[in-house]
Design a protein around this ligand. Sequence first.
Ligand SMILES: *Cc1c(COP(=O)(O)O)cnc(C)c1O
Length: 715
Amino acid sequence: MSDSFELVGHLKNLSANLWWSWHPETWEIFETLDAERWARLHHNPIAFIESFEPGELEVRAGRGALASRIQQAARRQADELRQRGPSTLLEAAPLHRRPVAYFCAEFGLHESLPIYSGGLGVLAGDHLKAASDLGVPIVGLGLFYAEGYFQQALDEEGRQSELYGRTRVDTLPIRKLLDADGQPRVVQVEVAGRPIRLHIWEAHVGRTRLLLLDCDIDLNSPDDRRLTTQLYGGDQRTRIRQEVLLGVGGVRALAMLGIRPGVYHLNEGHSAFATLELCARRMAEEGIDWEEAHERVARQTVFTTHTPVPAGHDRFAPEMIDEALGDLRERLQLDLRAFHGLGRLDLDDPNEPFCMTVLAMKMSQFTNGVSNLHGHVSRQMWQNLWPERPTHQVPIGHITNGIHVASFLAPQMRALFDRHLGPHWHTRMERPETWQEIAAMDDGELWETHQILKAKLLDFVQARLASQPGPRGDGPGQVRPGSGLDQDVLTIGFARRFATYKRADLILSDLERFKAMIHSSERPLQIIYAGKAHPADRFGKALIEKIVGLTTDPTLGGRVVFLADYDMNIARHLVQGVDLWLNNPRRPQEACGTSGQKAVFNGALNCSILDGWWAEGFDGENGFAIGQGAELLNPEEQDALDAKELYRVLEDDVLPLYYELDHRGLRAGWIARMKWAMLSLGWRYNARRMVLDYLRLAYLPALGATSATAPYRSL
Ligand SMILES: *Cc1c(COP(=O)(O)O)cnc(C)c1O
């Protein structure tokens, strides 16, 4: 028997490692302790524990079966976090002494740690979690943003405004690294001719460590302190300085901590200055020249590019590069032409800006896109870097993104998988055979589970709508947003960043036709939107305004809703509860798109343009395709064609299949597709498969170790 004091100690330990966030048996403990408080505090266990009156938590934790649940969770965490747990890969052994350093500007690990903005960050978070699960040694490097990304507020008109609030650091699962004297360790980076000092925060993501650099400390001037307060905030000058701090500062932090990475993985070009710092250090330490240093660093460097949208690649005027990085050029002993040339396609064009993606590609031996199609598009896009090669020989490959399933899977669905796929399915989910048993799953059982999750989503939506700012729909001739939502109506989810190419309003382009579908007496639909527009993106903001305007429009019957302040919590609810996940980017601009993968595991069907992962994942039966993958030169024509195809697939395929009942009163055709989606896609679009691909195709070769031929043996 342990006393209740010890139980609270266990809870504190659990809350200190983000491991809790993908183990439902752990976070359900917090929910059981006080569901309302747990939700109100944004699922932040540290704030949660701290919010109780002295003694109160001890009393609650000791009640009923909770005590043994807490002990069990604590035991399991301790077991799994031990260095060489059962899932440690023999294959990854060469990385144990020389781990992968994984650089990214944002990490989306959980809604309570707001240092992410969207897909890139969530992918990076998923990568660290899957590496922990597998036992692949990785250290994450990022920046700590005390104000994070903005919170989205909407006014009556649906206009977005951006709220920045300081996160209470003492409620985050991070702690400052101290030196032997108990003082914070300080990393120093010269930016624009003056020193900037950084503290290092450490977060534990299961067995993986994440280091976050922070210059908001009193060793810096008030202006410099603000450099890392906001993610993707400020102007170009702020951006380049953040990138110097991340890249150069990241390398120095690793050196200070005695971590000697065998591989550097640049997740997006933001961190590519890291490679220049590495070269400069090697030149100084090993007495080698630039060419030699470049070659050695490139051999160790893996670069993942994330977008085919030209504006998505950071480009800086050469003067800005000089200003921000002056002393680095001297350490590299490069003249201006050579130095600027590292970020240029044409070394002799003084007007060409310095592109971080070009730098990253020149400095790494392995470059990949994030889906098959994106690899193809990237080879075309960067062909000029290898003018002597035909497009298909441009050395850019692809590793398709996958999601960290445990972070997005509904506990009810997980229980279903545990029953049908066997208790260890999650350690074998990257194998096709693991998913075979889905076929034998009882239709009614699967549908019932889905209906429960859908009801939970609709409750969540109503609660959010009641509390979020924005139109109330109480003006004359208005309806209350969400007043028409109905459990039995086909429910579409559309949630992502409101970048223009994602075309959130494509389904609204023929408003009359859309209304006819909303109001159809036999086959109605409803749609739930969420998403933030970048503060500087007025087109994205106009889209939000347009959609929010429709939420109170009586001719749409309260069946179009917009949830403010999209984050990982909203994402989880949506992908777990909708029937259909809609994605209609302008092909080929969606590099991968991962939210649709989250939907698959929860039983929602994808309806998507054949872009990103869906261009390779769709097989005709595991969801729906909008069009055939046409790419027209004229964007207006493309939009018109895609809208027509979208209406066609909804009216002719999606809606009839959803509303067709068999003799048992079940939506058999629809359920068959849900199953086939899991069976055909589940093994591939998960982060275990992704990290194993990186291990075999990129990390081990970069170390000079060859990948073991036997498929993943466990120790
Ligand atoms: C998964 C996720 C994304 C990425 O969505 P895409 O479909 O790739 O655009 C963005 N934001 C959040 C909060 C997510 O969970």
